[in-house]
Design a binder for this molecule. Structure first.
Ligand code: MN
Length: 275
């Protein structure tokens, strides 16, 4: 069952699924899916360092759950603390612990609610808005640099031997600079946050088809995980799907007692009621 609640003027419904996959012994992916925070972390570092690193990142972000106003400053602060903690994780000699982190917090922007998207590494955040799926984040990976330089195509990047080498991560020796985006939340937006265990097995067209066909976010997350397993499941797979069912902006965002009156009415249809 998908969960549902209201945050920063957005009625949200969401679901999540994670699977160790068919080849790995441990699931080093972690996620948080609780308003206003929806994020995935994919840890690395050998032995259990990877799962400790991703758990650190997700626990740091989880401290923002249920806060009324979360913005970039709050997310930057908890990620900086998490970076220092990941640096302290003990690993095998010559290996450092690290983790990707990506996702969005639902924030209050100057003109209404926003998806505040953050990324470090090669996990991804996508947004399906007005029926079109768009990849918001840009992978911090060697193969993405080759794509940007025009040496290889996106399709070739998915099978390239160095596709797993990432150039920025939480816990890396260089203090990482995250990328940020602020996007207005539109009614019926659908956010997808996932680890590379999904995107290395299932291409964007097939991801888009599942997101279009499965209206329930929990069912969509589970079907995407099944698709990655069916395609080989060579890595851990984690998927978070978040729907913005309704968006209240401006005057109707203030106060709840006047909802029935301020909601636009359709001729002949009763206002309000569950969807
Ligand atoms: Mn992975």
């Amino acid at each position: 069952m998908s969960e549902r609640s209201e945050q920063s003027g957005v009625v949200l419904s969401w679901g999540a699924a994670s699977d160790v996959g068919r080849r790995r012994a441990l699931n080093e992916d972690r996620y948080v899916a609780q308003p206003p925070v929806f994020a995935v972390a994919d840890g690395m570092g050998g032995q259990d360092a990877g799962e400790v690193a991703s758990a650190v990142a997700v626990s740091a972000l989880a401290t923002l759950v249920d806060l009324d106003t979360v913005g970039r400053a709050e997310v930057e602060t908890v990620l900086a603390v998490a970076h220092d903690q990941v640096r302290l994780i003990e690993t095998q000699p010559g290996r450092g612990a690290g983790t990707t982190v990506t996702g969005a917090v639902v924030a209050r922007g100057p003109h209404g609610p926003e998806w505040l998207v953050v990324n470090l590494g090669d996990s991804r955040t996508y947004l399906r808005s007005e029926g079109r799926l768009e990849r918001i984040t840009v992978d911090h990976s060697e193969v993405q640099e080759l794509v940007d330089a025009g040496y290889i195509t996106r399709a070739q990047a998915r099978t390239h031997p160095r596709r797993h080498v990432i150039t920025r991560a939480l816990g890396a020796s260089e203090t990482p600079q995250a990328d940020w985006w602020s996007l207005p939340v539109e009614p019926r937006d659908r956010l997808l946050v996932c680890s590379d265990g999904l995107t290395s097995e299932v291409d964007d067209d097939d991801i888009a088809r599942v997101l279009r066909e499965q209206t329930d976010p929990q069912a969509a997350a589970e079907e995407l995980v099944r698709a990655a397993l069916a395609a080989g499941g060579r890595d851990n797979i984690t998927v978070v799907v978040v729907d913005a069912l309704e968006v209240r902006t401006g005057e109707d965002a203030v106060g709840h007692d006047c909802d029935e009156d301020t909601r636009p009415r359709q001729a002949g249809a009763a206002a309000g009621g569950p969807r």
